[in-house]
Design a protein around this ligand. Structure first.
Ligand SMILES: C=C(O[C@@H]1C=C(C(=O)O)C=C[C@H]1O)C(=O)O
Length: 350
């Protein structure tokens, strides 16, 4: 039977929904919300039945049939079925091996995927508009009082990542202005950690739209992340390009964790929810050929580039080495007064 039942139940047991009733706006809203849990076709099935009760659908009511046996089942499933949790995720190329499997399993795990760029996801999670999200790791570290870390999945790298790039017109000593990709929080912080003592002290930072040509016209250097990183190397006008993850690796010998899944402390994850997140890296690996094929078509990049990036450059499992890298990043942020406390990493559990 599955998830359609609660909707029938809601409609059926409300006195105002019985018979050929007029639309009751409040009820329509409630039912419409529940529809996000319905598998495709359920509403059509409901609407095509004869001789029954009326079901709210997008502000109107349609006739549907209600079997008494469904009522009992519906009663039980209705009681245990929560509204979907809003799960924010960025849509960069690097996220696809997690996003593709998560989008497949989201509904049954009780998630609704919401896409945005990393910095906006962080703001939306902070505002309570999202329940959990893949956010820049510095955002998790800055708000450990409000979030817990979800085990299993992350966006990390060990050595060159190819897409977190500092682009400079001249040498580091001549950098006075740096344009920061406005979608980034972690890499902007990593730049400070790696280059604060190397850039001249008067260096000024500004957040801008990630258009490298414009950034380089208006500033001496630019920080770009995500898919724009690929064009930064291709359209290089004699600029110096430094891979920040490679630099981090050379200086620390540690993995770097760019983004993590954080859940608001007041949000309870279900065992299924935790499981699909922890399982996403393996599911992504299993579906890699199809993901690479789709992304080659979507991005126009060479297959070898996409495959190397997704299979070798980006790491998706939040394992021990990634946690060690995240912990070191936290400690350095604390030393540099970017964090004013040195927070413990606290995990989301059942
Ligand atoms: C590796 C990358 O990591 C990204 C860097 C982020 C940041 O700087 O805040 C956020 C999400 C990550 O996906 C990349 O986008 O190239």
């Amino acid at each position: 039977m599955g998830s359609p039942i609660p909707v029938f139940f809601c409609a059926g047991l409300r006195p105002e929904a019985k018979g050929l009733c007029p639309a009751v706006p409040a009820m329509a809203v409630e039912l419409t919300k529940k529809f996000s849990l319905l598998p495709p076709g359920a509403t059509r099935r409901a609407a095509s039945e004869e001789n029954g009760l009326y079901l709210g659908l997008g502000g109107t009511f349609r006739r549907c049939f209600l079997d008494p046996a469904w009522i009992a089942l519906a009663f039980l499933s209705h009681r245990v079925m929560p509204s979907p949790l809003k799960f924010g995720f960025h849509d960069f190329l690097n996220a696809q091996p997690l996003l593709v499997p998560l989008e497949k399993t989201a509904r049954e795990a009780g998630f609704e995927i919401v896409k945005d760029v990393p910095a906006r996801l962080a703001d939306r999670l902070h505002a309570g508009e999202l329940d959990l999200a893949m956010i820049p790791s510095i955002e998790y570290l800055s708000h450990t009082d409000r979030y817990r870390l979800v085990p299993g999945a992350c966006i990390a790298s060990r050595g060159a990542v190819d897409t977190v790039l500092l682009v400079m017109r001249g040498g580091v000593e001549s950098v006075r202005t740096v344009a920061l990709d406005e979608r980034s929080r972690t890499s902007a912080t990593l730049l400070r950690i790696l280059f604060e003592d190397v850039f001249p002290p008067e260096v000024q930072y500004s957040r801008t739209h990630p258009d490298l040509a414009h950034m380089m016209r208006t500033c001496d250097a630019a920080l770009v992340i995500g898919d724009q990183g690929f064009s930064a190397r291709a359209n290089n006008e004699g600029w110096t390009v430094i891979d920040l993850s490679q630099r981090w690796w050379e200086q620390t010998g540690c993995a770097f964790v760019h983004a993590v899944v954080a859940v608001r402390r007041e949000v309870k994850l279900t065992p299924e929810g935790l499981e699909v997140i922890a399982d996403a890296p393996a599911q992504g690996r299993a579906a890699m050929d199809a993901i690479v094929g789709d992304q080659v078509e979507k991005t126009g990049l060479e297959e070898s580039v996409v495959r190397d990036y997704l299979e070798n450059k980006i790491l998706y499992t939040l394992g021990e080495e990634e946690v060690a890298g995240l912990t070191l990043f936290r400690d350095l942020c604390f030393q540099k007064n970017i964090l004013n406390v040195r927070p413990e990493l606290e995990w989301a559990s059942l």
